[in-house]
Design a protein around this ligand. Structure first.
Ligand code: GLV
Length: 309
């Protein structure tokens, strides 16, 4: 039996080696060299082409190469009845926590302003609030959001979260639903987005929501570009409503050379690298899930297609 790999951003050789080490009998096929379609049991994919997965009569599992699965539900749909799983993995969570802490501290400790001052050879101290007086708001309290919120809390930030359903976490106060979003944004100096991208969250961060933040707030986006109305984000940065945005994700990736984000003075950006799936632990999870579906059990971290995450 075989695994099919499709990704334009992940290195197939790294994954091939991980599968060879952990399951030498498994044939590893990289799209478009699929061999006999009847061999394919698992599709391990990131942004697969429309209808690409329709041709495998023995497919048992569709595994996302990342934590996000929006890339699977964008196009013409997936073959019906095949379970879909996503990556939940300690190394993925740890990297995301690092990125969120980096972005939050970068904004909190006024690095954007100090970088401008450095270019001007301007030695000037800026007033610095304590972390406990800085209100950080994490949109999305799933695996990555909750871990990030806890790490920020451990740094003494005044942290709250927003989610669709109540989390009742003892440490992280949680705002819920559309009404909760207004109050959540009004109390957030540094907004962190780690939501899943679904039809409900697409375009959520628009001019009206940016206007609810305190004037001069900052924004860290490690969720998806699709959460943001990008023109509204640029306008909020231009007007000073937002002081700075640290962005890892964009509506169009790779970010086109002509995008205004590249050169905007209010933006620090990275090329969708906040957290990259580790091939070795990712392979172990996919193999465990293959055993589970072969035994007739649900895979770990199964996605509910109607929820989109
Ligand atoms: C990365 O964006 C992921 O979904 O893991």
């Amino acid at each position: 039996m075989a695994i099919l790999f499709f990704s334009e951003v992940d290195d197939p050789d790294e994954w091939r080696q991980a599968f060879a080490a952990q399951c030498p009998d498994m044939s590893f096929r990289v799209w478009p060299d699929i061999g006999d379609p009847a061999d394919i049991e698992v599709a391990l994919v990131w942004h697969p082409p429309d209808n690409a997965l329709d041709q495998f009569p023995n497919l048992r599992l569709i595994a996302s190469l990342g934590a996000g699965v929006d890339h699977l539900f964008r196009g013409t749909g997936l073959p019906v009845g095949i379970p879909v799983s996503r990556i939940v993995d300690r190394s993925l969570t740890e990297q995301m926590v690092e990125y969120v802490v980096l972005g939050t501290l970068f904004c909190h400790r006024q690095m954007p302003a100090y970088m401008v001052q450095q270019k001007q050879a301007n030695w000037q101290l800026l007033r610095q609030p304590l972390g406990r007086d800085r209100r950080v708001g994490v949109l999305g309290l799933g695996e990555l959001g909750m871990a990030s919120a806890r790490a920020l809390k451990a740094l003494q930030f005044d942290v709250a979260g927003w989610s669709r359903s109540p989390k009742n976490d003892a440490e992280i106060p949680d705002y819920v639903g559309t009404e909760g979003l207004k109050d959540f944004l009004a109390r957030t100096d540094i907004l962190v987005c780690l939501l899943p991208l679904t039809p409900q969250t697409e375009g959520l961060l628009n001019a009206a929501q940016f206007a609810r933040l305190p004037h001069g707030a900052s924004f860290v986006n490690a969720g998806r570009g699709g959460h943001v109305v990008e023109g509204d984000l640029l306008a909020a940065l231009d007007s000073g409503q937002l002081n700075h945005a640290m962005l890892d994700v964009f509506q169009a990736e790779p970010l086109p050379a002509e995008s205004p984000f590249w050169s905007h003075p209010g933006v620090t950006l990275t090329p969708h690298v906040a957290s990259i799936t580790n091939a070795s632990s990712g392979t172990a999870l996919v193999l465990e899930n293959l055993q589970r579906v072969r035994a007739g059990d649900a895979p770990l971290y199964e996605v509910v297609p109607s929820e989109g995450y």
